[in-house]
Write a protein that binds this ligand. Structure first.
Ligand SMILES: C[S@@+](CC[C@H](N)C(=O)[O-])C[C@H]1O[C@@H](n2cnc3c(N)ncnc32)[C@H](O)[C@@H]1O
Length: 205
């Protein structure tokens, strides 16, 4: 799948995304500030910010930059910003595979329900590491392939179908960690009875 295809899919989702994915991933997003250990003034990047649902949880005291491929998802995020009266957030249409930020720009990088939607997750994680300061945190909230071999096989089987509707189901956490050179420092089970995970990584360069 190409970046252009993903953009098209999420442009289509934009008007009803919150209705489907708002409540069901709420518990994970709610945990993000604590897992990110945010302190006032920390620069935060929200990669694949979508309609900005995470903004409801992130503090006013941190400058936040949100990027997304989909102009229509960003339009929904802009509407949310106006409604919330938030002035600490800037939104940009940008491909996370090729971010326009200099090295070491952010203290924290959040990827909420995002990394399994990109065609090349390893390239995106490398970019996230590049723009994050040394010793900063990268936080992934996501579904990863099950450790149960039967479920993992089913997830592999249905993944091409699911990817047509915007996400893959067979992203293997262990492989991603190894291939992208991540250092995991905290792992928690979050949404859907713990089948989705919060994975916090320390950015060691
Ligand atoms: C499932 S949504 C998650 C949105 C939001 N983070 C949340 O918590 O609901 C995935 C988002 O990632 C965006 N996306 C996918 N690939 C991307 C890429 N290469 N660069 C930037 N955004 C991307 C999609 O447009 C979509 O808005």
């Amino acid at each position: 799948m190409s970046v252009e295809y993903v953009e098209k899919v999420y442009n289509r989702y934009s008007s009803f995304y919150d209705l489907i994915f708002g409540k069901i991933f709420h518990s994970g997003r709610e945990k993000a500030p604590e897992l990110l250990q945010l302190q006032p003034g920390m620069q935060v990047l929200d990669v694949g910010i979508g309609t900005g649902l995470s903004l409801l949880e992130l503090p006013l005291s941190c400058p936040i930059i949100g990027i997304d491929l989909s102009q229509k998802m960003l339009h929904e995020a802009e509407k949310r910003l106006t409604k919330l009266g938030r002035s600490n957030v800037a939104l940009y249409k940008m491909d996370a595979t090729r971010m326009l930020f200099p090295d070491n720009s952010f203290d924290r990088v959040l990827a909420a329900y995002f990394i399994s939607t990109v065609p090349d997750p390893v390239a995106v994680v490398r970019e996230m590491k590049r723009v994050c300061k040394p010793q900063g945190y990268l936080l992934f909230l996501n579904h990863f392939q099950s450790e149960n071999p039967v479920l993992a096989a089913v997830e592999k089987l249905i993944s091409p179908l699911c990817y047509r509707i915007g996400f893959r189901t067979d992203l293997n956490l262990k492989d991603l960690i190894e291939d992208a050179g991540l250092v995991v420092d905290r792992l928690e089970r979050i949404d859907f009875a713990g089948n989705w995970k919060a994975v916090r990584c320390l950015n060691i360069k």
